[in-house]
Design a protein around this ligand. Structure first.
Ligand code: FPP
Length: 229
């Protein structure tokens, strides 16, 4: 079949797992795995943009990740600063930066000021682009998102599927069509639980730093096989 006739996912989401194991296998410190993971994400943005995928959402740092060793947390945070500073690259790809997570000023939120600034600047400096929407989930957890959405829905009247959807962190984001998790784990890990009811889930044994355009194509093929059934 002509592959241009096959359906394409509108929204691809990634749980970027396995940076630590990737580094271990090479006898490198874990942080080297995260550094390579950030590079792989830049590659995934290019690949998604080249394939004209409208939405890409990635799990950068979860509400559960704060308990990791301080030096590791500090390194992952510095990589987020680096990622959000890739503004020229985003503009070359006509891609917009977005963010989901616990709103900066809300009780319990933990995004440090320097990451807040990097996020705010990246969003402003890429807002004019019209292609790929790249959403980074940082200080994000689906239960926190849903609890907040339900509370807001209740305070505004009725709790219905629509009223919950309208109070998510990014209400205009479409549901996920294809959820990818790398590194052999087959868990969802509190990621976008409301947004994945119909998603094809693609698990690969490759660690996130090895994720590339060919892997994205494999995942898209799996989505297309699902749609043809
Ligand atoms: C899992 O690897 C990855 C994370 C903690 C989240 C994603 C972080 C990155 C891809 C690094 C930097 C990326 C951004 C978005 C700036 P792991 O430590 O759980 O690996 P392991 O399971 O092998 O230990």
């Amino acid at each position: 079949m002509d592959s241009s006739l096959l359906p394409s996912p509108i929204h691809v989401a990634c749980i970027m797992d396995g940076n630590g194991r990737w580094a271990n296998r090479r006898g490198l410190p874990r942080n080297e795995g995260h550094t390579a993971g950030e590079e792989a994400l830049a590659g995934a943005v290019r690949a998604a943009s080249a394939r004209q995928i409208p939405w890409l959402t990635v799990f950068g740092f979860s509400t559960e990740n704060w308990v990791r060793p301080r030096a590791e947390v500090r390194h992952i945070l510095s990589l987020h600063r680096k990622l959000f500073a890739r503004i020229d690259e985003m503009n070359e790809n006509n891609a917009r930066t977005r963010w989901i997570g616990r709103p900066f000023k809300e009780r319990g939120a933990r995004t440090p000021i320097y990451v807040q600034k990097a996020i705010t600047k990246a969003i402003a400096d890429t807002a004019h682009n019209s292609g790929l929407e790249v959403t980074v989930a940082f200080d994000y957890g689906s239960r926190a998102e849903l609890l907040r959405a339900a509370q807001l829905a209740m305070s505004h009247g009725e709790v219905t599927p629509d009223s919950i959807s309208s109070h998510l962190y990014s209400p205009d984001m479409p549901d996920v069509d294809l959820l990818i998790r790398t590194s052999g784990e087959t868990r969802i890990s509190n990621f976008m639980l409301w947004q994945i009811p119909e998603a094809t889930v693609y698990f690969t044994d490759h660690a996130w730093p090895d994720f590339n355009a060919a892997e994205l194509d494999n995942a898209i093929s799996s989505f297309q096989r699902d749609k043809q059934r």
